[in-house]
Design a protein around this ligand. Structure first.
Ligand SMILES: Cc1cc2nc3c(=O)[nH]c(=O)nc-3n(C[C@H](O)[C@H](O)[C@H](O)COP(=O)(O)OP(=O)(O)OC[C@H]3O[C@@H](n4cnc5c(N)ncnc54)[C@H](O)[C@@H]3O)c2cc1C
Length: 247
């Protein structure tokens, strides 16, 4: 999996602060410099004032201003299972690589067995991995070797069958039905800072599946560079709170 920040609102925290100050000022924010907009907020420097205001908004649950800061991420090589989970979030926008138009006719099934094209879950080859809803705990080496053998055999077989169906003239949009749910897909998605916190509440949580959790953590790292005060506050003060719902 690889996650990149493609594009994002420049100066997102100035936008968030300006939007919030708009709510409580008689003057028009459009006529003023950012320094003027922030003049009455507590703090020595402009950065201090941004920190004060953003912390106050997040603490009070005034989340609307965070919808004005938007970011677009490109994600490479997640499973279609992970894609199905993230696309349940209705306030984000998605573009998903199509299996109707991108066929895997030239992929070597042996390479698929070695981990290309299909995401290998850690439980397929790590004896110490304990997943959610797993009966029992860690397993012995022999069991995990057997798991890995079955997993690799199965994904290889499904790609061989897929390619044979293509050779028999079946359109890729129908032949893909035999491919595994672990088949890799690339995705571009756009989201605002408020929605990203909500997604992180649900998907960076311990009860989320390992893959979407890993993706969300990578996105949060990038968001921390893009919108630092907001996501620093989120990580330190909000992420593990109870009663998380739609910040
Ligand atoms: C650990 C885990 C397991 C899950 N298991 C399953 C499962 O087995 N089966 C399954 O189907 N789904 C499952 N989901 C998906 C989950 O039920 C949600 O559909 C998904 O996470 C989208 O989140 P959301 O409901 O907050 O909506 P989002 O689309 O992220 O919307 C954000 C918020 O906007 C508001 N909102 C959006 N649309 C509406 C609306 N139409 N009406 C009212 N309020 C709205 C809500 O407050 C919502 O929380 C699982 C999610 C997690 C994290």
């Amino acid at each position: 999996m690889e996650v990149e920040l493609l594009e994002a609102t420049a100066n997102p925290e100035e936008v968030i602060c300006s939007a919030a100050r708009n709510d409580y000022m008689s003057a028009f924010v459009g006529d003023q410099s950012f320094e003027e907009v922030m003049a009455t907020v507590e703090g020595e420097t402009l950065d201090d004032r941004k920190e004060t205001l953003i912390g106050h908004l997040l603490k009070q649950g005034h989340f609307g201003p965070f919808e004005h800061a938007q970011a677009t991420f490109a994600v490479k090589g997640i499973s279609r299972s992970c894609m199905a989970q993230i696309t349940r979030h209705r306030h984000a926008s998605f573009d998903i690589q199509s299996m109707r138009y991108v066929s895997f006719d030239d992929v070597d099934p042996e390479a698929v067995a070695e981990g290309e094209m299909v995401v290998t879950p850690p439980s397929a080859n790590d004896p110490n991995w304990v997943g959610r809803n797993q009966k029992g705990g860690a397993v012995d080496e022999e069991t995990v070797e057997k798991r890995e053998e079955i997993f690799r055999r199965s994904v290889k077989r499904s790609v061989e069958d897929y390619q044979e169906l293509l050779d028999l003239g079946m359109p890729p949009e129908d032949a893909r039905f035999v491919l595994p749910i672990g088949t890799e897909v690339n995705m571009v998605f756009s989201v605002n800072a408020r929605m990203l916190m909500h997604i992180a509440d649900m998907r960076a949580a311990a009860d989320a599946q390992w893959e979407i959790r890993e993706m969300t953590e990578e996105i949060l790292d990038l968001a921390g560079e893009w919108c630092p005060i907001t996501f620093e506050y989120y990580e330190s003060e909000m992420k593990n709170r109870k009663n998380r719902l739609a910040p």
